[in-house]
Design a protein. Structure first.
Length: 123
């Protein structure tokens, strides 16, 4: 087994899964592979369609901890930004903010997120 064979098998697996009707109510992701001389192992993730991602779930949890308003829209350098996620593995810039016009995602530190998206006292 080599890298090229693993890539080919991943593509075949991606094509094969929808044939069994699983993909209608679920989002299926065939992820990274590990392989040796005789076998390959893929990480397959299946989640309900429309279910929040881990980053979206973490955002709700950590936004409360840091006193942030996840519904707030803030203009940062001429871009309309809103919080969309929290990366628990990123210690310096864990918050993810999305440009509502361009669709690009940017990283923010906790301090920056608190400066831009802090909850107002009356909320």
């Amino acid at each position: 087994m080599d890298k090229t064979t693993a890539k080919i098998l991943r593509e075949k697996l991606k094509d094969l899964l929808p044939m069994y009707g699983i993909s209608e109510d679920y989002e299926i992701t065939v992820g990274n592979a590990s392989y040796d001389d005789t076998q390959v192992t893929f990480k397959v993730q299946i989640k309900e369609t429309g279910a929040p991602s881990a980053e979206e779930k973490d955002l709700e949890r950590y936004a409360k901890l840091h006193g942030l308003d996840t519904t707030k829209i803030h203009d940062i350098q001429g871009k309309r930004m809103t919080l969309v996620g929290f990366n628990t593995r990123a210690t310096k810039m864990p918050y993810l903010a999305k440009d509502m016009n361009g669709g690009e995602t940017y990283k923010l530190s906790v301090d920056s997120a608190q400066r831009f998206f802090k909850q107002t006292e009356d909320a």
